[in-house]
Ligand binder design. Structure first.
Ligand code: ZN
Length: 241
């Protein structure tokens, strides 16, 4: 083979770069479209909602417990007052009964204060919960829109990729098959710029400075026929001048 075979590789390399770029765009679509961030925000808010729910369960239990205690105090006071009315309490015990009633009533009033605090917390949590649910529903709708758009974009990329792959298959048929294998192996290893130009004495692939003897060697190899193309000592890329 000779230099003209290497020149064909530039077009192949161009197709490969486009293919790589398309595949990269396709695989990072979730991230680049913002879907990944929105999905993360939805997950975080759902976790918050779970925490709110467990706090809410605790507060509801506390509210019920306070209500029960309050009810039993009310019943106790009521029965003591009924006994007083019936005259079932001896004259001697009236003062202490009154004192007990008044103590029970002040306990009840304290329980009511506590219950009001709990109710305020419940109300606050309900508000937070409803705000979060609204945000989640907005974000889920946004996510669905983004992912719907992404699936269209992905199928466009997919079509471009198959078109380019078909072009590549046709084009690579015109390249020397031995050289093509060398190129493909190298391309799998270096990823981009499999064929590197030597400019100002540097390999454009890895920027290694070539000695003038090495440059002459490359030129000499390229001026005639060769079985293996000249490659960079450092990065292994095919060199072209
Ligand atoms: Zn190099």
């Amino acid at each position: 083979m000779d230099k003209s075979e290497l020149e064909k590789l530039f077009a192949l390399q161009d197709i490969d770069s486009k293919l790589t770029e398309l595949k990269r765009k396709m695989s990072t679509l979730e991230e680049s479209s913002g879907a990944k961030d929105v999905a993360a925000a939805v997950r975080a808010r759902k976790l918050q909602l779970g925490e709110i729910d467990s706090q809410m369960q605790g507060l509801l239990r506390r509210r019920d417990e306070l209500e029960d205690r309050s009810k039993s105090l009310i019943a106790k006071v009521k029965s003591m007052k009924a006994m007083e009315l019936r005259g079932a309490i001896s004259h001697r015990d009236i003062a202490s009964t009154e004192a007990e009633i008044s103590s029970l009533e002040s306990q009840r009033s304290e329980l009511e204060d506590q219950e009001l605090e709990v109710l305020a917390k419940i109300e606050d949590l309900e508000q937070q919960e409803s705000d979060l649910k609204l945000q989640v529903s907005d974000e889920e709708a946004l996510l669905a829109r983004i992912r719907n758009k992404n699936s269209h974009v992905a199928s466009e990329f997919g079509a471009e990729i198959s078109e380019m792959s078909a072009q590549r298959a046709v084009y690579s048929g015109s390249v020397d098959q031995h050289l093509l294998r060398i190129y493909d192996d190298l391309h799998a290893r270096v990823g981009s710029m499999t064929l590197a130009k030597v400019e100002n004495g540097n390999c454009q692939g890895c920027h290694l400075r070539l000695s003038s003897a090495e440059i002459d060697g490359v030129k000499k190899a390229l001026s005639g026929d060769f079985t293996r193309p000249p490659t960079c000592e450092q990065c292994g890329r095919i060199l072209y001048i």
